[in-house]
Design a protein around this ligand. Structure first.
Ligand SMILES: NC(=O)c1ccc[n+]([C@@H]2O[C@H](COP(=O)([O-])OP(=O)(O)OC[C@H]3O[C@@H](n4cnc5c(N)ncnc54)[C@H](O)[C@@H]3O)[C@@H](O)[C@H]2O)c1
Length: 255
């Protein structure tokens, strides 16, 4: 049946940055679709809150603390997930950060930090979780890029470049791993109401300027993004790989 192809019954997922606004919503969606979830974040309190919500919803989840910019921590996190759940079917590379500064003011360490958290973590998690997927010749990887990885945004150079890098890495992973039946796709959301975007979206003046550029005339809520991620994590998207799907209320669809 068609709807059965969206089911994640018995599937094991790793989701990074799962203590954050989008990560928590996606974790709950993965569980609702039938999956078991390793909730990964560098922030323990918010990560454990996500697990608590999963358990309250009747699902199965564990928290694993890891700084995903460090290869040895990623390797340990992936091994722990496989040990606890016996396999890894799905990886959602969602952890991220933002930096709002004119290029001329961006310090070298700030540039590297954004690249490490957004792009290098996606490489490291894919590399280490990918080993388990390659062994079983089965896997789904969903990378969270941004519409700012496709179009430029003022004072967001490091963020834009890191998110564009994720789109390229998605294609490279998809190309190399298609022979192992591992689908690798990305999504490119516009503004979503979370802590990451709060300084802009909670500012009425900035928000009204931004809203004029969005045909649907509202910012996304995390729940607007979840169905697309479930599609890409499930059998429903079996014939799609290397793709980046915009989900931004029409923001980049017009001049
Ligand atoms: N909010 C938006 O408007 C928006 C738009 C497009 C794309 N995105 C992307 O969505 C993803 C989720 O963002 P969000 O809006 O939920 O932000 P958020 O700040 O609420 O969550 C990000 C999470 O990543 C975690 N994290 C940061 N560095 C980490 C590290 N080194 N190791 C492990 N975890 C780390 C944080 O602790 C946090 O829980 C990000 O990749 C972001 O770029 C967000």
């Amino acid at each position: 049946m068609l709807l059965d192809t969206f089911s994640l019954d018995g599937e094991v997922a790793i989701i990074t940055g799962a203590g954050g606004g989008l990560g928590r919503e996606l974790s709950l969606a993965l569980v609702e679709a039938g999956g078991k979830v390793a909730v990964v974040d560098v922030a323990r309190v918010s990560g454990e809150e996500t697990v608590q919500e999963i358990v309250e919803a009747g699902g199965e989840g564990i928290f694993i603390k890891a700084d995903l910019t460090k290869g040895h921590e990623v390797k340990k996190m992936v091994a722990e997930t496989a040990k606890q759940f016996g396999k890894i079917d799905i990886l959602i590379n969602n952890a991220g950060t933002v930096l709002g500064k004119p290029i001329i003011e961006v310090e070298e360490d700030e540039w590297h930090s954004v690249m490490d958290i957004n792009l290098t973590s996606t490489f490291l998690c894919s590399k280490f979780a990918g080993k388990y997927m390659i062994e079983r010749e089965k896997g789904k990887i969903v990378n969270i890029s941004s519409n700012a990885g496709i179009a430029a945004a003022t004072n967001q150079s490091a963020y834009c470049a890191s998110k564009a890098g994720i789109i390229s890495l998605t294609k490279c992973l998809a190309l190399e791993w298609a022979k192992y039946h591992i689908n690798v796709n990305a999504i490119a959301p516009g503004y979503i109401r979370t802590a990451l975007s709060a300084s802009a979206l909670d500012n009425d003046k900035i928000a009204s300027v931004l809203l004029k550029k969005i045909p649907l005339r509202r910012f996304a809520e995390p729940k607007d993004i979840a169905p697309l991620v479930i599609y890409l994590a499930s059998k429903a998207s079996e014939y799609m790989t290397g793709e980046t799907i915009l989900i931004d209320g029409g923001h980049l669809s017009h001049l």
